[in-house]
Design a protein around this ligand. Structure first.
Ligand code: ADP
Ligand code: MG
Length: 393
């Protein structure tokens, strides 16, 4: 296991000077995240409970006044991308650079005078692992520009900009969780976010004090069916709400779930819609259950709720995959307190709650199970609840 309390990576200021000359005006960081519980709830106006990772995207940035936007990532080949801010257009390509360029576009669309920038990026957030490397990139860009152009935007407002960049400019129909987590999480806490109105609460999540460790297991697989399946789940949830005559599934209290499922069956709803509704309403409740446990100082008690969440994602929403199921089963078999896939599924990562004293054995068991099944070795690290986006210097 690569247990990493902090993940710094190379200094983007060094790359900045080599690429653009001179010193950057500043350096910013924004983290990736794992979601503890509350999956596929954010596009249903529901609850989520993510925490920031020690892994961050970092940006060394200087403003420009001539309309030029230069973007470079030390993590991808291909050199510097040079664009004009007044020519940025949604869904016009640009590969990875669409994420930071989309942020500039979204800020300008919202009326903020961003007149160009030189940006050097580097990230330690694993890419495409369901740990929100894309939101980290968006959030670090948004925060840097917010400071440099003195836009005065709050964390939630920056998250909205990042989401708009990803939805409208890049063209990925994600919810608001990832950007909110990257922008607003704080060290030692999980973020209870109500995605309906973006109200939030920092929930103390001091794992070490309770003798616990949270592991993230990157399965290193990403199954291609993910994108279409996400849209299908989303449409199914909207259909469920429509048939129930409510604005969103958030508006269905858990106590009314049984009756609602009968109503859906009577209305001739597709059986998949019934499963999706059961998952979303159940996961909203599981968020509240885990928060109550954390508030009571009983993080250990969250284990079975994580297990239940995984079963729901696997059997009702059907967004898991063999590698995620294996990670969860192997972790539980080695004594973990609870485990579930996290993020969009079809690959990506699982989150595992374990006794601190048993965490290495759990990690070893998962690695061994992957080898036994002929899968590539998973990436396993401790998910220490870390700080959200901030200026470093
Ligand atoms: P996730 O957010 O779960 O990691 P996504 O598919 O949403 O997965 O985002 C991954 C994409 O974000 C990458 O394909 C790339 O375009 C972009 N990206 C993430 N990190 C970097 C980086 N360090 N440098 C360049 N592009 C990055
Ligand atoms: Mg992403």
């Amino acid at each position: 296991m690569t247990a990493t309390a902090e993940q710094t990576g190379p200094d983007p200021a060094t790359a900045f000077t080599e690429l653009y000359g001179g010193e950057p005006h500043g350096v910013w960081a924004a983290p990736g995240r794992v979601n503890l519980i509350g999956e596929y709830t954010d596009f249903n106006d529901g609850f989520v409970l993510p925490l920031a990772l020690p892994h961050t995207a970092r940006a060394a940035v200087s403003p420009r006044t001539d309309g030029v936007l230069r973007l470079h990532s030390s993590d991808v080949p291909g050199g510097t991308v040079s664009l004009r801010v007044d020519a940025l257009a949604p869904r016009s390509g640009h590969g990875w650079a669409a994420y930071p360029a989309g942020v500039v576009w979204a800020l300008r669309e919202a009326g903020h005078p961003v007149t160009g920038a030189d940006i050097a990026l580097t990230s330690t957030v694993p890419t495409g692992a369901g740990l929100s490397s894309s939101a980290a990139l968006e959030t670090v860009t948004a925060l840097a520009l917010n400071d440099l152009f003195q836009l005065g935007l709050t964390g939630p407002e920056l998250a909205v900009i990042g989401r708009r960049a990803e939805n409208a400019f890049v063209g990925v129909p994600c919810g608001i969780m990832d950007q909110m987590a990257s922008a607003c999480c704080t060290e030692g806490h999980a973020l209870h976010l109500d995605t309906r109105d973006l109200t939030l609460r920092q929930v103390p999540f001091d794992l070490a004090a309770q003798g616990l460790t949270l592991l993230a297991v990157d399965t290193r697989v990403k199954h291609a069916l993910g994108d279409g399946a996400y849209a299908e789940r989303r449409a199914g949830c909207e259909e469920g709400a429509r048939l129930l005559g409510i604005p969103t599934l958030r508006d269905l209290p858990y106590e009314d779930l049984g009756a609602a499922l009968t109503t859906l069956a009577d209305a001739g709803a597709d059986e998949s819609v019934i499963r999706y509704v059961r998952h979303v309403v159940g996961d909203n409740r599981r968020v509240e259950q885990v928060i109550a446990l954390l508030d009571a100082g009983d993080a250990r008690g969250a284990g079975p709720v994580l297990d239940e969440g995984h079963r729901s994602l696997r059997d009702d929403l059907r967004v898991s995959c063999p590698e995620l199921d294996l990670a969860v089963a192997a972790a539980r078999g080695a004594g973990a307190l609870g485990a579930r896939m996290t993020g969009g599924g079809f690959g990506g990562s699982a989150v595992v709650l374990a006794e601190a004293a048993g965490a290495d054995a759990v990690a070893e068991a998962v690695t061994k199970a992957f080898a036994g099944a002929g899968h590539a070795a998973p990436g396993i690290f401790t998910a220490v609840p870390s700080a959200g986006a901030r200026r470093l210097r």
